[in-house]
Design a protein around this ligand. Structure first.
Ligand code: IMP
Ligand code: MG
Length: 175
C-alpha cells in the first residue's frame, strides 16, 4: 500500500521483484563470457539498477550518467544535455544502459546516439517501464520490465519533484 492517500499502487513490490529476476536471467544469458558496463541514468534508475546487478551473477562494471532533467515539470523540454558525464571509457566495451522509464523517448534517443559515437563494442538498452502512448521518437528496448498506462508514476526510484523515490511499489497519482 502507498502511504499517501492520493497515490494508488500500479505495480507491487512482488511484481517488481519477479520482473527484476526475469530481466536478470535474460541479461545473464546474453552476456555470458563478457564483462558488461552497466550505465545507470541518474537519478531514476538507481533503485532498479541496485536490485538488478545483485541478480545478474556476472562479472560487470557500473557507471552513471546524469542528463538534464525535467526540473519541476512533468513534461520534457525536448532539449537534453549531459549534466554529469561518465567516468569510464566505453570504446570497445559491451554497454548496457539502464533506465527507469521511456516516455517521449527523447532522453534515451539522445543518450544512445551520444554513446554510439564513442564506439562501444555493443550497445543495448534495458528499461524498467515503458509508456508507449506518449512516444515521440521510436525506441527499441532490448530488456523491458513493464508497459505502463499514460499516468505519471512514482516510487522504486521514480520521483515527482524529487519526492516518492523511496516507495517500494510503483504508484500513480490519482486524478
Ligand atoms: P522522455 O525523454 O520523455 O522519454 O523522459 C524520460 C525521463 O523522464 C525518464 O528517465 C524519467 O526520469 C522522466 N519521466 C518520464 N515519465 C515519468 C513518470 O511517469 N514518472 C517519473 N518520471 C518520469
Ligand atoms: Mg530517467
Amino acid at each position: 500500500m502507498c502511504c499517501f492517500p492520493q497515490l494508488k499502487v500500479l505495480i507491487t513490490r512482488e511484481e517488481i521483484g519477479k520482473a527484476v529476476t526475469r530481466l536478470a536471467s535474460e541479461i545473464r544469458r546474453d552476456y555470458q563470457g563478457k564483462r558488461p558496463l552497466l550505465i545507470g541514468v541518474l537519478k531514476g534508475s538507481f533503485v532498479f539498477m541496485a536490485d538488478l546487478i545483485r541478480h545478474l551473477d556476472l562479472s560487470l562494471e557500473v557507471d552513471f550518467i546524469k542528463l538534464s532533467s525535467y526540473g519541476a515539470a512533468k513534461e520534457t523540454s525536448g532539449k537534453v544535455r549531459v549534466v554529469q558525464p561518465l567516468k569510464t571509457a566505453i570504446k570497445g566495451r559491451d554497454v548496457l544502459v539502464i533506465e527507469d522509464i521511456v516516455d517521449t523517448g527523447i532522453t534515451i534517443s539522445f543518450l544512445l546516439d551520444y554513446l554510439r559515437k564513442k564506439k562501444p563494442a555493443s550497445l543495448k538498452f534495458c528499461s524498467l517501464t515503458d509508456k508507449p502512448s506518449r512516444r515521440q521518437v521510436p525506441i527499441s528496448i532490448d530488456y523491458l520490465g513493464f508497459t505502463v498506462p499514460n499516468k505519471f508514476i512514482v516510487g522504486y526510484g521514480l520521483d515527482f519533484n524529487e519526492e516518492f523515490r523511496y516507495l517500494p511499489d510503483i504508484c500513480f497519482v490519482e486524478d
